[in-house]
Design a binder for this molecule. Structure first.
Ligand code: ADP
Length: 544
């Protein structure tokens, strides 16, 4: 017997409609690519999303078509999210930090029909245009006054939107309809597309709004530092509309000074981003002796946040830090770290150990760990193995079947991460499968070593990679960026690490560099580092 409740499709358009109806005067504040700030409301955003949908239709976009964006976090990108998906088209957000050849590959693979881009990416668009004949319209996200002069016939977003009325009813359709497309950064091999549905997006928004996840409210002011061009800014543009949270969109200004200005001026209570963003911001706050307004909670994910960073944000700024784990293939939220009441009785060191984990499994997601034969391992917090995930917002295959069938028996998606899960449901990432260092049949976690190294006061950045070694198979190399004015030596760093890590974990050498290369999503680019230092343990100098 079926239940007798209404069956309404879970559609993204319902979120912006709700925001307009119940939070019509709540603001969305954006730092503009053209310079200056822009302010409008959820009501305005709803109006313009519908105008945007009509403008896209006039350009020939129909349901199922892919509409590409190369844009920062700003109000125009926000309304394109809603305009495209609301009319049944697909918003394909492109990460501008990828190599141009990768971007051209992605555009062709996705068969994008229209490209909408911020002025910052004009040069990139000029380079891409001849390579991507399938894109019929190139639209600059600006007004007539800022439209680039010259012979290239760029369309002007503001003119297209202004020409349309907001008299448009969002259509109803199947909730399984595709809504947005995001490619993994493809640090190895070609990028692969993850195609989110309306259903997965709305369920993900409900889930991240749980109090123990991100828990946005109508009293919050949220600043997503995480870009809208990568995994839909972790779903925050949807979650914020659902809760009527004021949004502050930082545009291209992701440096410490620009972010702190917004944190202070807009009295931001919630932020989200990768650890590298906070490293830069923390340095700025320290130099300028700034204390941010409170309360402020921040979600740090995408890469492991070191205990030193978590501690500094909490003790120096009073920021509540919640670490989270996820991936493009999981929309991305999989786990977020908040305490249980029983943790209140723990010692500081014990609480720190819980806090350093990637967090508790979010309802709607399941995790398990397996060994290389596929056997499921114990959830005892000690055993670690291949992390597998399934859930309402986890992908089952890549766009156009790239990479073939990906799921493992039982419908589990292999994450490529190595992790442990404890009996309380907290997951701890040990490493990525391809980054873990296999030394003499044992595994060394590069993340754990980095977290220890970054705790040294002279270390501004640290990366650990495994390099080929004749006797041990692989051995760790520690790559360090020194803090300006702190002339620490490699031997001093190894002395610092010696009491903190198992003897055989100690890196074989330390090298210093000016900057650690980062991937398009702001993570340590370990493939590049391994190339740079390849053969080091065969020919390299001793640790200085
Ligand atoms: P990529 O940047 O490689 O395209 P994603 O942005 O989807 O991919 O990143 C997913 C990966 O990032 C995860 O599989 C995991 O290795 C890593 N990751 C995400 N969050 C964390 C975290 N909190 N701690 C450690 N690693 C993380």
């Amino acid at each position: 017997m079926h239940g007798q409740m209404m069956r309404q499709p879970l559609l993204i358009s319902s979120l912006i409609r709700h925001a307009d109806t119940c939070h019509g005067d709540t603001e969305i504040v954006s730092r503009l690519t053209e310079g200056g700030m822009h302010r409008y409301t959820y009501h305005d955003a709803h109006q313009r999303s519908r105008q945007c949908a009509r403008a896209l239709q006039r350009l020939g976009v129909t349901a199922g078509d892919r509409v590409a964006t190369l844009a920062w976090n700003n109000y125009r990108h926000f309304e394109i999210y809603y305009g495209t998906s609301g009319m049944g088209a697909i918003c394909h957000t492109i990460n501008p930090r990828l190599f141009p050849e990768q971007i051209a590959f992605i555009i062709k693979h996705a068969e994008d029909r229209v490209m909408l881009f911020d002025l910052t990416f004009l040069k990139l668009a000029e380079a891409l245009r001849p390579l991507c004949p399938g894109v019929k319209h190139w639209v600059v996200l600006t007004d007539r006054a800022h439209l680039p002069a010259g012979d290239t016939p760029w369309l002007c977003y503001e003119e297209l939107v202004a020409a349309e009325s907001a008299d448009y009813e969002w259509p109803d359709f199947d909730e399984e309809t595709a809504a947005s497309l995001c490619y993994t950064s493809g640090t190895t091999g070609n990028p692969k597309g993850v195609l989110y549905s309306h259903r997965s997006t709305v369920l993900h928004a409900y889930a991240i709004n749980l109090p123990d996840v991100m828990g946005l409210t109508a009293r919050d002011t949220a600043l997503p530092v995480v870009p809208m061009f990568h995994v839909n800014a972790w779903g925050l543009p949807f979650a914020a509309a659902m809760t009527g949270t004021k949004l502050v969109l930082p545009g291209p200004g992701l440096d410490g000074a620009s972010l702190c200005e917004l944190f202070q001026q807009e009295r931001v209570t919630f932020s989200a981003g990768v650890p590298t963003i906070w490293l830069g911001t923390l340095a700025y706050l320290r130099e300028n002796k700034i204390r941010l307004p409170s309360p402020h909670r921040t979600i740090i994910g995408g890469a492991a946040a070191s205990p030193a960073l978590i501690h500094a944000l909490e003790s120096e700024q009073g920021i509540e830090v919640r670490c989270g784990w996820g991936m493009t293939e999981t929309s991305p939220a999989g786990t977020v770290n908040t305490f249980k009441s029983k943790h209140a009785a723990l010692s500081t060191a014990e609480r720190d150990a819980v806090h350093a984990k990637q967090g508790r499994i979010i309802p709607g997601i399941e995790l398990q760990i397996t060994d290389d034969s596929g056997a499921v391992l114990a959830r005892d917090g000690v055993a670690y193995g291949n992390l597998e995930v399934r859930g309402h917002w986890t992908c089952r295959e890549y766009f156009k079947g790239a990479g073939g069938s990906v799921l493992r028996p039982g419908g589990w998606f292999p994450t490529g991460d190595v992790a442990a899960i404890d009996p309380d449901g907290y997951m701890r990432i040990v490493d990525r499968t391809k980054d873990i260092i296999k030394s003499g049949g044992e595994w060394i976690s590069s993340i754990d070593l980095e977290n220890q190294a970054i705790g040294h006061p002279a270390v501004a950045g640290a990366a650990v990679i495994g390099l080929a070694h004749e006797q041990w198979g692989e051995r760790p190399l520690l790559v360090v960026v020194r803090r300006p004015g702190h002339p620490v030596t490699g031997e001093q760093l190894l002395d610092y690490l010696r009491p903190k890590v198992a003897k055989w974990w100690l890196p074989d050498a330390v090298v210093f560099t000016d900057a650690i290369p980062l991937t398009a999503t702001g993570k340590i680019y370990k493939t590049k580092l391994r190339e740079t230092y390849e053969g080091y343990f065969k020919s390299g100098p001793e640790t200085p």
